[in-house]
Design a protein around this ligand. Structure first.
Ligand code: PNW
Length: 450
């Protein structure tokens, strides 16, 4: 039997890897950095596995040069990273901390010297603790502080940066952080307050877009990294597809309607009733400022079929359905097909990037040679095959970032759960590329998946 043909991606497709500041940098109090809500949250008993904190993470703060050299050896040419707000503004606002700015200038310099293009996320969950003390995402003043932060960031780093991502996964730091979930700040608020945190986050996204338009270099581009819930049609019949599409809108209306349609959807407002957010004049225009792309963090989804009168019916997952070691990460490579298609077909998104995709496993703390992470390789390969199929039927996907470059601080799961294609020994800080890194290198280099 002949080998199946390789899946070739469109010319110019962007291949990269992703990380976030809190998860890799360490140096939580160095050079004037203020604490973030994740430093505080991790210090609270019972919040993070074994009480592990973002110190020292991968000690990337001191090791970025050798990390970029390793990226270069692994053929990585695009890198999504985030900037730590409390490094630039230890108090969240006021006068910027020059040492924090200088750090990222050195880092971006080294990165570009290694031929790596930065894709910079402005906010990946590390709200300055000083702002949390004043109400954090619950209060509107935080959006003014973010606006000033975004201005400073874009002005300072535009010599190196053309690709900007405003916020990472709004639901994670709003609902999961304030609704009794497992993320910082770890409080339990009323539904009205949660809706208000969403509104403030959306406003900050608008500030990020505005800042790039005002201070970005020529050709600068900006978008959000969202993690939409992805309903996958049980069968690819017109009925199930229509049901999945309707479910996609219902699930993601609260972030995507304001951004793409400049309004809160009537259905959302009706359901929220008295708990709806307070909205000031001009807010929705700011939230809906045109962006250049939409980033999608795609890990999993759920299955849907058309029930009575075509109503979407969610299929319960049977026990034993395959998953990674992260308990939420049920292996559904189809999410890489339907996520982009739904975003394109419902909201008309015309430029999409997969800003994260990958798999977390409980791999050993030490290793002497390349870990044979065949399960990760297999999952990513299946995801890419599904993504290719989406592109083939017209989904405008322009790039893909694998989460993550290296094992790192996996939030409430601490250092136990590893997503990297490079293994990190957190005792010695030794980096060892896993087998998946060699495979991904070939994918990036040949622009095709075999
Ligand atoms: C993303 N879920 O978070 C984050 O952007 C990364 O910082 C994180 O390390 C990575 O995925 C792996 O967890 C998610 O519950 C958190 O479906 C939760 C979910 C998905 C993604």
């Amino acid at each position: 039997m002949p080998a199946s043909p390789p899946l070739t991606f469109p010319r110019g497709f962007v291949w990269g890897v992703a990380t976030a500041a809190t998860q890799i940098e360490g140096a939580a109090r160095r050079d004037g950095k203020g604490p973030s809500i994740w430093d505080t949250f991790a210090g609270r008993p019972g919040c993070v596995r074994h009480g592990e904190t973002p110190e020292p993470a991968c000690d990337h703060y001191r090791r970025f040069r050798s990390d970029f050299a390793l990226m270069q050896r692994l053929g990585i040419r695009h890198y999504r990273l985030s900037v730590a707000w409390p490094r630039l503004f230890p108090e969240g606002r006021g006068r910027p901390n020059q040492k924090g700015i200088d750090f990222y200038c050195r880092l971006l310099d080294a990165m570009t010297a290694h031929g790596i293009t930065p894709w910079v996320t402005m906010f990946h969950w590390d709200l300055p603790e000083a702002l949390e003390a004043e109400g954090g995402w619950r209060v509107r003043a935080t959006t003014d502080a973010f606006g000033a932060y975004a201005d400073t960031l874009v002005r300072a780093f535009s010599p190196w940066v053309r690709h900007w991502i405003t916020l990472n996964e709004i639901v994670c730091f709003t609902r999961y952080g304030h609704g009794g979930g497992d993320k910082a700040p770890g409080t339990r608020e009323t539904e009205q307050v949660i809706n208000q945190t969403y509104h403030h986050a959306l406003l900050c996204h608008g500030h990020g877009v505005r800042a790039v338009r005002e201070h970005g270099r020529r050709g600068a581009r900006v978008g959000l990294a969202d993690n939409p819930v992805v309903p996958i049609p049980f069968t690819e019949t017109a009925e199930d597809i229509a049901a999945a599409r309707a479910a996609f809108v219902a699930e993601n209306i609260r972030v995507l309607d304001p951004i793409f349609r400049g309004r809160y959807a009537p259905a959302y407002l009706r359901a929220a009733g008295r708990d709806r957010p307070l909205v000031a004049r001009g807010d929705l225009a700011q939230i809906a400022l045109p962006t250049d792309f939409l980033g999608l963090n795609l890990y999993t989804g759920y299955f849907v079929r058309a029930g009575r009168k075509g109503k979407p019916e969610r299929l319960p997952l049977p026990p034993g359905f395959p998953r990674a070691d992260s308990p939420w990460l049920h292996l559904m490579p189809q999410a890489l097909h339907w996520g982009p298609r739904h975003a394109h077909e419902t909201y008309g998104a015309t430029s999409l990037y997969v800003t994260e995709n990958g798999a977390g496993y409980d791999e050993p703390d030490t290793c002497t040679e390349a870990l044979p992470d065949l399960h990760r390789r297999e999952y990513v390969r299946q995801c890419l095959a599904e993504l290719h199929r989406a592109i083939a039927v017209g989904a405008p996907v322009r790039g893909y970032f694998l989460w993550s470059f290296m094992d790192n601080y996996e939030w409430q799961d601490g250092y136990g759960r590893r997503f990297g294609i490079v293994h990190v020994n957190f005792k010695t800080q030794r980096r060892t590329p896993k087998l998946s890194a060699a495979w991904y290198r070939a994918v990036m280099q040949s622009n095709r998946v075999v």
